[in-house]
Design a protein. Structure first.
Length: 347
């Protein structure tokens, strides 16, 4: 569309015919898109939607694209409270207003089984328009996601990144989250410091590794009297976490603080309750404000929680996909999602 044509449109209301000319499609195609009749290819649909919004067609803000975009979401099983929160947020988006007509299908992946996960990813990528993952950074998974992203299929890594440069990471700064945990730990322990135990989940998750690096660096820089013990990888074995903590407390009865970056917060709390320590109970810093952890925080068993607002991450990821497909206005979207600190008095 030439400049003088745009000037003329600024003096009158845009019409569907104007949209057709601007998008380079037929009036029938515009009619099918604007009236949700379907049968329009992805590229033409995107051009029509972008033109309608650009020309400020009266209905442009309320357009709901006719073709459903299918989004494959790969999460850990719901036994992990954080991944259960992500799954609940995706389901809520599916059943809410859904103005961009995106439908998310959740696939549960075992973080220990990269072969099965890769097979499921290959199958899903062929039948879905976009991929959202919260998976370990294994070479095979990272290489596959990078290949799909480089080919033009939208790939979003959520909450924990992978080594796929063309994928879009949406989530918190996990290294910063670890540093916040270190700052909280150091301040709770005070000038005398003490021994600090770090219990991680899967260190193949980049977010977990970054958290551990963050607390290590923050304590070393600002709280040298806080002695960081070995970082222990718990995996999914919540029972193992409880057994390990009992053994650690027997071996190091003067542990002063525990940073739990894994899913086993409830089990760690139970182990502490069984381990009679009286007033010497360790400080506990954990992640994610789930209902159960909220209760543990209220009861004073957990001293502080660092929450990354999974519902915000999900909403941001879906909005980014809508932008890529021309279903939402670009701009104003923060890829780094906020971190919030909760103490008992916040509740």
């Amino acid at each position: 569309m030439r400049f003088h044509q745009i000037e003329l449109l600024m003096t009158r209301k845009a019409t569907a015919a104007d949209v057709a000319r601007d998008a380079g499609v037929s009036a029938a195609t515009v009619d099918r898109v604007l009236n949700n009749r379907g049968g329009v290819g992805e590229d033409k649909e995107r051009r029509v939607l972008e033109a309608a919004r650009r020309l400020k067609l009266d209905r442009a803000l309320d357009l709901r694209a006719a073709r459903t975009l299918r989004v494959a979401v790969f999460l850990q099983p719901g036994t992990n409270p954080f991944h259960a929160s992500l799954a609940a947020a995706f389901r809520a988006q599916n059943h809410g207003p859904n103005p961009f007509n995106l439908q998310s299908r959740i696939h549960h992946a075992d973080p220990r089984d990269a072969t099965s996960t890769l097979k499921a990813l290959r199958k899903a990528s062929a039948s879905h328009e976009a991929l959202i993952t919260c998976l370990p950074d294994t070479p095979s998974i990272a290489a596959f996601l990078e290949a799909r992203a480089a080919s033009g299929q939208p790939v979003i890594t959520l909450a924990s990144d992978v080594g796929a440069p063309h994928a879009i990471y949406i989530g918190p700064d996990n290294y910063r989250a670890g540093r916040i945990a270190g700052e909280l730990t150091g301040r709770f322990l005070g000038r005398h410091g003490g021994k600090v135990l770090v219990m991680a989940g899967h260190l193949s998750m980049i977010g977990q590794t970054e958290r551990c690096e963050g607390i290590r660096d923050a304590l070393a820089e600002h709280y040298p009297r806080a002695q960081l013990l070995d970082i222990v990888e718990m995996g999914d074995g919540v029972e193992r976490a409880a057994h390990f903590l009992h053994a650690a407390l027997r071996a190091e009865p003067d542990i002063a603080a525990i940073y739990c970056a894994s899913a086993a917060v409830k089990e760690i709390a139970q182990a502490l309750a069984l381990h009679s320590r009286g007033a010497a109970r360790p400080v506990v810093i954990a992640h994610e404000l789930t209902p159960e952890r909220r209760r543990l925080l209220a009861e004073g068993i957990i001293d502080a929680l660092i929450d990354q607002e999974p519902a915000v991450e999900v909403e941001t990821a879906l909005r980014q996909i809508a932008i890529i497909f021309g279903r939402s206005e670009p701009g104003g979207l923060e890829m780094e999602t906020p971190l919030r600190i909760y103490l008992r008095e916040h509740l």
